[in-house]
Design a protein around this ligand. Structure first.
Ligand code: NDP
Length: 278
């Protein structure tokens, strides 16, 4: 029996660089598990080429795209209709091409992060003191659902203080939510949940966070993931944290949420999580 390619719904992830992305492996696993007839590829597009590549994919019948670094804000601008999480974060990681020519933009990073943190990792957020390191696109995506879960405090520390201060001003919340520099953290007590949302680990770096912000009470979550562990988690364990996790769970859960938007069916994530997590 031959397969008619024209009947297979096409999806892909767009990034720059993108060749190391695990999204094709995860989405193909979901497609097999749910019996959905779809393909999922990789598209490398520089910032200058992003719009042409995305519109070309949609015009040729492509059904949807995941968007990764550095295009999430450009995808937000390109979408003609936005989901609530995309509006809150100012960033889009999931585009859906509709038959009427509209392009829907969603952000599933926050849903994926919260599912992993609160369900897979069984962390309670309400009443906790939380430190987020980094104030880029990923932090934008996770902030709204994190603040909604009513922690006692969220402190945002960033290398470029101005960027963290701007982000704090954008969110209206009754939660104690403020920004500081990495150096200012030396004055603070250890936090109960510490989230590394800097991209330093991608280059193998552990930035100079003051060790006083972690201790044995700290659950440390690194959004970065790697087969050999991450520099941030090694740093956190060295300074007393007894529980550290990488962002594999977030990666899988945000992919599952994108898959559900596109296909209307929710894949089971437990099986792939047990294979992929380290
Ligand atoms: P951005 O490029 O938008 O932001 C990068 C952030 O990291 C900024 O706050 C930047 O600070 C900081 N940073 C970069 N290098 C250093 C350094 N050497 N020392 C200190 N701070 C540094 O990236 P994203 O927010 O999109 O992604 C952040 C990380 O999260 C990446 O590693 C990405 O792979 C990961 N991620 C994981 C996901 C998952 O599913 N697990 C989903 C989304 C992201 P400054 O403002 O000063 O430049």
């Amino acid at each position: 029996m031959t397969v008619d390619d024209s009947k297979i719904d096409r999806y892909a992830v767009v990034g720059h660089p993108v060749k190391h992305s695990r999204s094709p492996m995860i989405q193909q696993f979901f497609a097999q598990e749910t019996g959905e007839n779809m393909s999922y590829g990789l598209l490398d597009a520089s910032p200058d080429d992003f719009e042409v590549v995305v519109r070309g994919f949609g015009a040729s019948g492509g059904k949807g795209l995941n968007i990764t670094v550095p295009h999430k804000q450009a995808a937000f601008e390109l979408a003609t209709e936005l989901g609530q999480a995309a509006v809150c974060s100012g960033a889009v990681n999931t585009l859906t091409f509709r038959t009427d020519g509209t392009i829907r933009g969603d952000n599933t990073d926050g849903i994926g992060f919260m599912k992993d943190l609160t369900v897979n990792q069984a962390q309670k957020i309400a009443g906790k003191r939380i430190l987020i390191l980094g104030a880029g696109g990923a932090t934008r995506g996770i902030l709204a659902p994190l603040l909604d879960a009513e922690p006692a405090e969220v402190l945002l520390a960033n290398r470029t203080l101005e960027r963290a201060l701007t982000l704090v001003k954008e969110f209206e919340t009754t939660i104690d939510f403020s920004a500081c520099s990495f150096e200012d953290l030396a004055e603070r007590e250890p936090f109960e949940i510490v989230i590394n949302a800097t991209s330093a680990g991608v280059r193998g770096e552990a930035p100079p966070f003051p060790p006083s912000c972690v201790s044995s009470i700290s659950f440390c979550y690194d959004l970065t993931y790697g087969l050999e562990g991450t520099p941030f988690n090694a740093w956190a364990r060295k300074h007393g944290s007894e529980r550290t996790v990488q962002g594999w769970g977030m990666l899988v859960e945000q992919a599952a949420a994108s898959f559900e938007i596109w296909r209307g069916t929710r894949p089971d994530t437990a099986d792939i999580l047990s294979k992929i997590s380290v």
